[in-house]
Ligand binder design. Sequence first.
Ligand code: FAD
Length: 485
Amino acid sequence: MTAAGLASMLGPTGLEITLIESEAIGVVGVGEATLPHIKNFNDTIGVNEAEFMAATSATFKLGIEFVNWGRKGDSYIHPFGEFGLPNAGVAFHQYWRKFAGQPGVGALDEYSLPVIASRMGKFQPPSEDPRSVMSTYRYAYQFDALQYAPFMRSHAEARGVTRMEGKVVDVALEPESGRVSALTMDDGRIVEGDLFVDCTGFFGLLIEKALSAGYDDWSEWLPADRAVAVPCESAGPLLPYTRATAHEAGWSWRIPLQHRTGNGHVYSSQFLSDDAACDTLLGGLEGERLADPRFLRFVTGKRRKLWSRNVVAIGLSGGFLEPLESTSIYLIQEGITKLLELFPADQDYDIEVAEYNRWMDLQFERVRDFLILHYHATERDDSDFWNHMRTMTVPDSLAERLELFTAHGHVSAYDHGLFLVPSWVAVLIGQRVLPSSVDDRVSGQADAEVLRHLAGLKGHMEKAAGSMEDHAAYLARNNMMRAAA
Ligand SMILES: Cc1cc2nc3c(=O)[nH]c(=O)nc-3n(C[C@H](O)[C@H](O)[C@H](O)COP(=O)(O)OP(=O)(O)OC[C@H]3O[C@@H](n4cnc5c(N)ncnc54)[C@H](O)[C@@H]3O)c2cc1C
C-alpha cells in the first residue's frame, strides 16, 4: 500500500522507490476487514473497484455486528452511516432516546439503512443525492489478505516501483546523524536510500531493532495479546458485514469472503489458555475448516516515535491495536496520506517529523479509546476478564466522553479521523449506555409528531433496503467475482 501510494502520488516528481519483500518471510496474512476510507485510498491511487474485488475475492461491508457485548444475547450493528435523517440540527439518537422502550419504537439501529440492508443481506452503492435516504451510508470491503498484498505490489510496480526479492540482514547507520544509510541483503547487495519506510510488520526491523524508537504499551487497557485464526468453508448467504462475537476473555471475528469465511479469536493470555481459545474458535465455525489454526502474539500499543530520524514506521511495525473495529489498514492509510503531505523536500525535516508524530499519535489514541469503550461499557460479569474490563480505570480522554454522553446524550465530534459521532452513538447505545436526559431542543416538539416521524422513517428505510440487490447477486452482475483457480 505504501509503495503504491507513494508511487501514484510522487512518482511523477521523479522519486525513485524500491520495495523490498521477502517471500521466505511472507506477509502476516491476516487483516481482511476494512473501513470505508479504503475506497478513497483506492480511488486516489487509481484502483479499479471491480478488478480489485475480483483479484482479492472481496465482498462489500456495511458495518460490524457486535454479539454478546453489552450483555450475553445482545446484538447490534455499528453501521457505516447515519441513524435517521438530520432533523433541525439535533442528532437523531436524541429523538430516539426520548421514546425508547415505547411500543413500536424498537432499537436505534432499526433507523439505519445500512443496518437494515445488512440484516437483509443486500447491497447497493450509496446515492450521491444528499436528499435521498440512499445517501446515508458508506461502505468498505472484506478481502483476502494473501491476495491483496500481491495486488498492491503489481499496482506499485506498474507505477514505476522497483521490487527487490530477498531478506534484509543488516542496517547501517550514519555515525554522526544516526540516520539509516543503507540496508544489506542476504545475498550481499547493498540498498542505499534517503528515506526508509519500515513496513516489516511485527519485526520493526528499522524503527526498533536499528533505531530503538521505543513502544507505548497499552495492554493495561487492552489486555488481549493473542489471536488464533482459521479459515473455513462458507455457509449460508454472503453477508455484507463482519461479525465480532464476545466470549469469556476476548472475542472472535467472522469475515465473509467470496470463497471462504475468515475466522479468528482474539483473547488475553492472562485470562484464557491457548487451548481453550482454540476450542472456542473451532467450536463456532460455520463450515469445514480449511487450514490448521494459526496463533499470533502481539502487544497492544504503538511506537513512541512513528517517524524517527529518516525512518517512518507504517503498518504493524508502527504498532498494533486489535482488529475489533478494523482499524489497522485505516491507520496504514493515514500514515501514507500524512507522509505524502509532509514528504521531505530536503534533508532538514525535523519540523515535519514532529508534526507527523503528533498527528499519528492522536489517530492511534482515538482508536484506542474507541476500542476500550467496547470492553468497558458492558454489564457482563460472567468472567474475571469482564469484571476487570468493566471496572478498570479508563484514560481521561475516554472517561470525559462517557460522562458527556451519559449526561445529555452529546458526543463531541473530532475535526478529523476516527470515529464519527454515529459510530460512538452506535456502540454506546448498542451496549446499553443511555443518556439520563435528552437535548432540550427535543422537548420543543410535540410527542405525537415525533412518534409519527419515527414510524414513517422506519417504514421508508425498510422499503429502500428491500429494493436493494442481493449482495452476492450484485457482485456477480458487476463482474466482481474471482474466477475459480
Ligand atoms: C490477528 C490479526 C487480525 C487482524 N485483522 C485486521 C483486520 O481485520 N483489519 C485490519 O485493518 N487490520 C487487521 N490486522 C492488521 C493487518 O493484518 C496489518 O495491518 C496488515 O496486514 C499490514 O501488515 P504489515 O504490512 O505491517 O506486516 P506484514 O504483513 O507482516 O508484512 C511485512 C513485510 O515485510 C517483509 N519483511 C519483514 N522482514 C523482512 C526482512 N528482514 N527482509 C525483507 N523483508 C522483510 C515481509 O516479507 C512482508 O512483506 C490484523 C492483525 C492481526 C495480527
